[in-house]
Design a protein around this ligand. Structure first.
Ligand code: ACO
Length: 424
């Protein structure tokens, strides 16, 4: 696989340890640290900032240059010319579908959109003020109780069927969670409507314009995958134990729930509400720049994208279309957002630290404009990210794999004898 080697000199070991270096088709080479265990050494990388935990063909990110590719196709081109279900097919199969392949994929999705009444009962058993992510996490795991016939994960066709089933059902579950929290009865999917349009219909019971349907489709598409982020890595890790796909996806939903991951667009809206008025923006920008103040401008900066987030450009365009159609240019909250974006883009502090508006900044204000309540934002993110999660799970199981089992640097007590209660 490779002729390139690294040689690591370690104090106390006579000869340098030879480590193979594998090239990717794009991106940094990786060093195979496996031989170090034979020398009694582990590698140490908290937060996995420099560890490639798997090999994957699905998505490539070049954060320095603002590049995001699915199956080699730039996200901007997919957003412009494709749609969410076509991207789902691409993530699962590695190639764009031809017309006939796309039609039969859509047919399969349409045939699987409904959920069993027992799932509706499960969601109905939650308190109305339960967070919708709590309902979604439970409902996703509960699907495993319904589809015993496709749970043999060693069978490729069964894995594929489960993937289609879960992509089809996620918007239905998401809309049911929302309606339950509002005290409303669920609305059954309408297969005459396209995927994203149908989601908005199942939420509100209303049919939306082409612009709003396109915006919802783009929100799903732009969130579809982002290589080995925390929730996707969790799905892989959970799946590596051989658990069923619904349980693995529920683990992904749980991970996404955290404010450092899926909760950021919710944080953007909360911040905009806190700022409240254009006259207070300078005060908040000053706080964000103050080293002694922990406040940060939510929706600015990204761990991976250090020049721009390619998804945010598409999302911004989408925002402009939706605001103009809905006549929201004068909405006070959106005015705060637009003014804040302008100030931050021109301010030396943000320019020098490469802090640009990220996808969550625009998705937060776009979802708000679409009339989606803040507490549902992470549920929408989970619905959009499901194809990525399940594609990574499917990819992992399609090749030989090992159970994920990280090691540790132990810093606790050395061995000691048990101390009786009276002597402590
Ligand atoms: N507002 C003000 N200052 C900021 C911000 C911000 N949003 N983000 C980073 N900085 C400053 C830091 O204070 C730090 O300054 P210093 O060099 O003087 O110490 C410098 O920029 C670098 O910041 P780090 O935290 O080291 O950058 P990192 O890459 O680790 O963090 C992160 C990225 C977590 C996204 C950060 O920019 C942030 O907290 N942003 C706001 C929250 C947010 O929008 N999160 C969503 C991310 S997108 C996603 O998850 C899909």
């Amino acid at each position: 696989m490779t002729d390139k080697k690294a040689h690591l000199t370690v104090d106390g070991i006579d000869d340098p340890v030879e480590l193979a270096i594998y090239p990717g088709t794009l991106g940094p080479d990786v060093v195979d640290v496996g031989p170090l265990t034979k020398q009694g050494l582990f590698t140490y990388d908290p937060g996995f900032v420099s560890t490639a935990a798997c090999e994957s063909k699905i998505t490539f990110i070049d954060g320095a240059n603002g590049v995001l590719l699915h199956g080699g196709y730039p996200i901007e081109e997919l957003a412009e010319h494709s749609n969410h279900l076509e991207v789902c097919y691409l993530l699962l199969n590695g190639e764009l579908p031809n017309q006939q392949e796309l039609e039969s994929f859509i047919e399969e999705i349409d045939a699987n959109r409904s959920v069993d009444d027992s799932i509706a009962k499960l969601i109905a058993s939650f308190a109305r003020d339960a967070h919708p992510m709590s309902m979604l996490c439970s409902a996703t795991a509960a699907l495993a109780a319904q589809y015993h016939d496709n749970l043999d994960i060693s069978e490729e066709q069964q894995r594929y069927n489960s993937a289609v089933n879960i992509i089809a059902k996620m918007p239905t579950l998401a809309a049911m969670c929302y309606r339950h929290s509002k005290g409303l009865a669920p609305i059954a999917p309408d297969t005459r409507l396209r995927y994203a349009e149908n989601f908005l219909y199942m939420m509100s019971g209303e049919h939306v314009s082409e612009t709003l349907a396109r915006a919802m489709n783009r929100v799903f598409l732009l969130h579809a995958d982002h290589e080995q982020n925390a929730s996707t890595s969790t799905v892989r890790l959970a799946g590596s134990s051989g658990t069923n796909p619904y349980a693995a996806i529920a683990a992904g939903v749980a991970t996404l729930w955290g404010p450092s991951h899926g909760g950021a667009n919710e944080a953007v809206l909360n911040m905009l509400n806190e700022i409240g008025d254009e006259s207070r923006i300078d005060e908040f920008v000053a706080r964000a720049k103050d080293k002694d103040d922990p406040f940060r401008l939510m929706g600015f900066g990204h761990r991976v994208y250090k020049n721009f987030d390619p998804r945010s450009r598409v999302m911004k365009k989408c925002c402009d279309e939706v605001f103009s159609e809905l006549g929201l240019e004068e909405d006070p909250l959106l005015k705060v957002a637009i003014r804040l974006e302008k100030i931050a883009l021109e301010d030396d502090y943000f320019i020098s630290k490469k802090l640009y508006p990220n996808v969550d900044f625009y998705s937060g204000i776009l979802l708000k404009a679409l009339g989606i309540p803040v507490e549902l934002f992470t549920v929408i993110f989970a619905t959009g990210r499901t194809p990525g999660w399940i594609a990574h799970w499917h990819e992992m199981l399609s090749e030989p794999y090992k159970i994920g089992r990280p090691r540790q640097l132990y810093t606790g007590s050395t061995k000691r004898s048990f101390v009786a209660m009276a002597d402590r």
